[in-house]
Ligand binder design. Structure first.
Ligand SMILES: [Zn+2]
Length: 304
């Protein structure tokens, strides 16, 4: 039971104590955002208008310069993270890919990543990014407002599947619905590319049960914990089902740590406390579940 677990982290400064007591060398976070400064400022301006855009305020906790944002992750003991970039229009993905490749080259904890958009040449620039070492691909169906089934993307999905590199796909209806969001839409991509290693961002929020169903049916489908189970998300989007911890018992190898850092309206430790709470709620989960979610499974997916 929870007796076997260390006390959850009370705040960010307490996180290294918690991970050490779990016997972990650190955390592996598959869902973090770093962007070119001008673009990041635009993203933050969007969150500043959150009452209009989301119907409630969304204060960004980690609004710092880039070096400080990396230092905060180091202080939390995040030993590896995937810095995810994503375009909202054509002619942008390739530029983001070269930026993030450079960011990863100067940031030891960051793995190289890439993104894509349905446009001519997508398979070429995605193939080049994979050749250059990209180890995680971000696909944002809601912000990009594109159909993941667009035929232009088909060869790109095939390349990602062949490379065995995880795609972190934001395809759920939350926090905002998009023209082509929905796990039923993305399921058709999985059916066409069964070898694709797909990480459903935000655990498919708000369709948590459908996301678990995909993880059950598709061997290579995972869920990330990004914003899942926090009070903010329960209020704004949807609370988790009451029996969530029990539902994870047979899928403990399919859940990976994600946070959305730095765009969090709360401390990073709050996300970790939510995950800790699942482990504490069912004695079939416990510390072993935490070690897999916080470190082992994301490390394996990212090839660490
Ligand atoms: Zn995100």
């Amino acid at each position: 039971m929870s007796v076997a677990l260390p006390a959850p982290p009370v705040d960010d400064a307490d996180v290294p104590r918690w991970t050490a007591e779990l016997g972990l060398p650190g955390l592996v976070d598959i869902h973090v955002h770093f962007l070119p400064e001008p673009m990041l400022r635009k993203v933050w301006a969007y969150f500043d208008r959150a009452e209009h855009n989301y119907g409630r305020p969304w204060p960004i906790t980690y609004r710092f310069d880039e070096d400080t944002r990396v230092d905060v992750l180091r202080a939390l003991g995040v030993q590896t993270f995937a810095p995810l970039v994503y375009p909202h229009k054509p002619d942008m993905a390739q530029w983001l890919n070269s930026w993030v490749l450079d960011f990863a080259a100067r940031t030891p904890e960051a793995v190289p990543t890439a993104t894509m958009y349905p446009e001519p040449g997508v398979a070429d620039y995605l193939g080049a990014a994979l050749d250059a070492g990209a180890r995680c691909i971000k696909v944002h169906v809601q912000v990009g407002a594109f159909d993941p089934l667009d035929p232009l993307l088909d060869p790109a999905w095939a390349l990602i599947a062949e490379a065995g590199v995880p795609a972190v796909v934001h395809c759920g209806h939350g926090p905002l619905r998009g023209d082509h969001t929905g796990l039923d839409v993305f399921e058709q991509v999985l059916t066409a590319h069964p070898d694709l290693v797909a990480v459903l961002a935000h655990a498919g929020m708000p369709d948590y049960l459908a996301a678990l169903g995909l993880a059950e049916r598709f061997e290579n489908v995972y869920l990330d914990t990004t914003m899942v189970g926090t009070a903010f998300t329960a209020d704004m989007v949807a609370p988790l089902p009451d029996n969530w911890p029990a539902l994870l018992v047979d899928l403990g190898d399919k859940i990976v740590l994600g946070s959305d850092y730095p765009q969090l309206p709360y401390q990073y430790a709050e996300q970790l406390r939510a995950i800790h709470g699942w482990a504490a709620a069912d004695d079939r989960l416990g510390a072993g579940f935490l070690r897999r979610v916080l470190h082992d499974t994301p490390a394996r997916l990212l090839g660490v």
